[in-house]
Design a protein around this ligand. Structure first.
Ligand SMILES: Cc1ncc(C[n+]2csc(CCOP(=O)(O)OP(=O)(O)O)c2C)c(N)n1
Ligand code: SF4
Ligand SMILES: [Mg+2]
Length: 290
């Protein structure tokens, strides 16, 4: 039986006191342990940003990549070893800004990745520039007259792009978030977990006190149909006094990308014998370095 302490690392986080990343970190570890996944069975891929430091603080296979390239690298990891649970933890700037095209591609491919986006609606690490999910009019040092662009809606985009698991959690409720991540881990294909996360240093507008009275779980709504795509899309547009969290959309009808690749039918690539040129290349490298 896996215990949450199996994921404990002696490395202490450098996040600001009160940062929502602490709750996300705890929810990730809790969900992995409760899914009975041992650290060696999981790869956590991140980018560059405050939230992207999560694998550093967790005893797990971890890979910090380039800003915006988290999903691209995670796709490679999944194809090299689809027996592994691949989890991404990265910010809204990383996932929806520079990584925006990878987000759409992962959703439409339905590749088996759990994509946890630490959505503080700001560039935290680089000290507070507006991000795609910042509201219009958001005043920062680089937008003194307020951000001009419209706020990006990741849930609506994910549904439109063909994602089969679209959800939102928030870092003020670790129990609910851990449950959500567990559901995402059990999903076949791409699973988005957008997490509303206060950045207490650079985005004070979205505080815990602002968010708490607004969020409600769609799973608590009578008659909510999680497989109703049009209904989920309509719900994803809700923002303001009422903000839906929970699993907005889930479909098990679409096979995962890795299930459709003939070369993977014989098992994960890492377990398959090397053939032809690849074998020669491997032998040459081995004789040089081993
Ligand atoms: C290719 C590249 N572009 C830009 C940067 C600069 N940069 C580093 S982190 C970051 C934004 C971080 O914001 P987000 O992804 O939302 O993460 P947060 O810090 O808010 O958790 C940027 C623009 C970089 N390091 N590399
Ligand atoms: S700057 Fe914001 S996101 Fe980064 S650690 Fe501090 S509170 Fe968290
Ligand atoms: Mg951010």
């Amino acid at each position: 039986m896996v215990d949450i302490r199996d994921y404990a690392s002696p490395v202490r986080p450098t996040w600001c006191t009160g940062c929502g990343n602490f709750a996300i970190w705890n929810a990730v570890k809790k969900a992995l342990a409760e899914s009975d996944l041992a650290p060696y069975q999981v790869m956590v891929v991140s980018g560059i940003g405050c939230g992207s430091k999560l694998p550093d603080y967790t005893t797990v296979n971890g890979l910090m990549t380039l800003h915006g390239r988290t999903l691209a690298v995670a796709t490679g990891v999944k194809l090299a070893n689809h027996g592994m649970k691949v989890v991404c933890t990265h910010g809204d700037g990383d996932g929806y800004g520079e990584g925006g095209n990878h987000f759409i591609s992962a959703a439409r491919r339905n590749i088996g990745i759990v994509d946890i986006v630490q959505d503080n609606r700001v560039y935290g690490l680089t000290k507070g520039q507006y991000s795609p999910t910042s509201p219009q009019g958001f005043v920062t040092k680089t937008s003194p007259q307020g951000a001009i662009e419209q706020q990006f809606n990741p849930l609506a985009m994910a549904i439109a792009a063909g994602a089969t698991f679209v959800s939102r959690g928030w870092s003020g409720d670790v129990e609910h978030l851990a449950w959500l991540i567990k559901q995402a881990l059990a999903h076949r294909g791409y699973a988005l977990v957008d997490v509303l996360q206060p950045c207490v240093t650079f985005n004070r507008g979205y505080s815990y006190d602002w968010t708490r009275p607004r969020v409600y779980s769609v799973q608590d709504e009578p008659d909510y149909k999680v497989d109703d795509k049009a209904g989920a899309f309509a719900r994803s547009l809700e923002w303001g006094d009422r903000i839906p969290i929970g699993i907005l959309y889930r479909s098990e009808a679409v096979p995962a990308y890795e299930e459709g690749i003939p070369a993977l039918a014989a098992g994960p690539l890492v377990n398959q014998p090397l053939l032809g040129k690849e074998r020669e290349y491997y032998e040459a490298l081995k004789s040089e370095y081993v």
